[in-house]
Write a protein that binds this ligand. Sequence first.
Ligand SMILES: [Zn+2]
Length: 715
Amino acid sequence: MTNGVKCGVFLVASLLAAGSLVAQSGSSAPVGANRTETRLPVASGCGSPLVAMASGQAPGGGASKGQLDLSALDKSVAPCTDFFTFATGNWMKQNAIPADYPSWGISEEIDRRNKEILRTILEKAAADKSAKPGSPWQKIGDYYASCMNESAINAARSKPLESEFQRIAAISDLPSFQAELARLHTMGVNAVFGFGSEQDFKDSTQEIADIEQGGLGLPERDYYTRGDDKSKELRMQYVAHVTKMFQLLGDDSTKAAAEAKTVLDIETRLANVSLPIVDLRDPDKVYHRQNVSELAAGTPHFRWTEYFQEAGAQPVTSLNVAEPDFFKGMDAALASVSLDDWKTYLRWHLIHSSAAALSQDFQDVNFDFYGRTLTGSKQQLPRWQRCVNSTDSELGEALGQYFVEQQFPASAKAAATVMVKNVIAALRDDLQTLDWMSPETRKKALEKLNAIDIKVGYPGKWRDYSQFAVNRGAYVENLRRGTQFEFARQLAKIGKPVDRGEWTMTPPTVNAYYNPLLNEIVFPAGILQPPLYDPNGDAAFNYGATAAAIGHEMTHGFDDEGARFDAQGNLTNWWTDADLKNFQDRGDCIAKQFDEFEVEPGLHEQGKLVEGESIADLGGLAMAYAAYHKSLSGKPDVTKDGWTGDQRFFIAYAQSWEDNLRPELARLITQSDPHPLPIFRVNGPLANTPEFYKAFACTEKSALERTAGKRCRIW
Ligand SMILES: [Zn+2]
């Protein structure tokens, strides 16, 4: 599903994917239900190493394993004025963003190193002529080899899609239109709406069918409706981009321009009936369990029973209609937009979803808009890196097995698990002693905390890819079979019990998530790597850099959205009215604080959009700090390199967010993603943290320090 918390993050991910070779399968075969990531996805679609790095080498300008990067500090800035710049300023000055990345920071460094490791594995697999047919080793090797076969890809241009375009051309009425729409959905094409499975919000044991709003080529609905000059200009650039794509398909410039206008008109209609991004974070607004007959009554021009069958689902009798008004609006559009216009729209979405996997001319035009215009990247990643990303996306748990074998020994898993348990213990202490919660709600909160499922490193059971046939033929066909496999895998879940062991991030991913539906926190091996984490490093460093991220995920279980789900992952209210009111007021305090942060003249963080992430940042930092002190077991604080333990803890936290962003990407995130920008993820929570003021001797006259009455605190 693409509802709720996950949506904004995912949109950025799919945009970046469009700049790479990764299929945009997310919206029609949704995975990663409702999860809340620590970080923005690494902008791996648009980056490349300028210098290849040896595996295991600590990246960064002087950052070494498990301790502070002293060379990153900018001592000309007072810590109490702007702690982010104080802790990372020199690093930021010395680390320009590589031409093929939209941002560059610690996540990207680790991601790049992980990708080098994966590249070595994939090259070995691709060269192995004796790989057992059907084995994960054969699949990853052949997939990568087909992706690297640039001459074949360039020679084929858009030919592999020809039969699909012919099918669209042959649409003659609404029933044949929706049959083709179903077919495109199986291929991961995000046209009109998304269909997949999701865990029932109100019965956490069952998977149900789910349909949700979709069908846009711009990041989210407000991109179609904002009236400011920048937004208008971006829409013109988008139309120019769609025009170029139609021209590449052989249409003359006049026809192509008219077609692009048709695409914008249809997408604007869909945007106008879509829920705003802030509302997507409210589980009540995206959960509407309906019988198919009820759905059909509101959408008389769409034959749902036939659609489900055409998409390959078992008969569906009831489902979640995430946004009922969207589907009513879609139905009205079906009745009034001409069939020829719908065919144009489908042609666009087919080419859009495949462009990055076609010949160079398609890739270049695609990158020009989704990479250069939207994120500010200057050039595409080198081919090998895009192919590593694509293999990770389609065969992540086949490839991930080999990554884990090399990079994540059992000892690393054990050490990380201990740290997770220490942070849980800190949150337990906090829940037991909070002064604003009644005993009744406190009991339920503790129940939820004690039920959190901890997943570290990699899944207990690897995904079975036996139904995904991979060969050395056309790359775009391997990719399509990959998206079809994933779509079918999602549909096969409908009506079945929930698999609580499934992961929605691959092992090499430099990120982590909390999933309220499973009440689980998940830390892939990819993020538990130096310099963010080193089991043998300085404790103050590890707690500031990594335990804070662990606390962040845990706190998501108790943010404005996560707190709506109970210990088993059911959407139900376990709060007393008074406690809920108190909790919401405290959340509003954070939303208001973030509303004030200005990204560029006239553009502010959207407090209500980033509220959940910011609650998690503040709570995560507090839990990590408490866990750090607990880990000292009464031993005195040790000063190292002139910094006390508390100071090192806070500097490590800030350095874990060091990240240079291009202005285009900063704008994209602010307008479409529930994560605030890195500088605010540091200065925002620290301004609410008295332990920080004490560690750096800030006074009420300091810019960062908020007077006692203005400070926000929840957990
Ligand atoms: Zn988060």
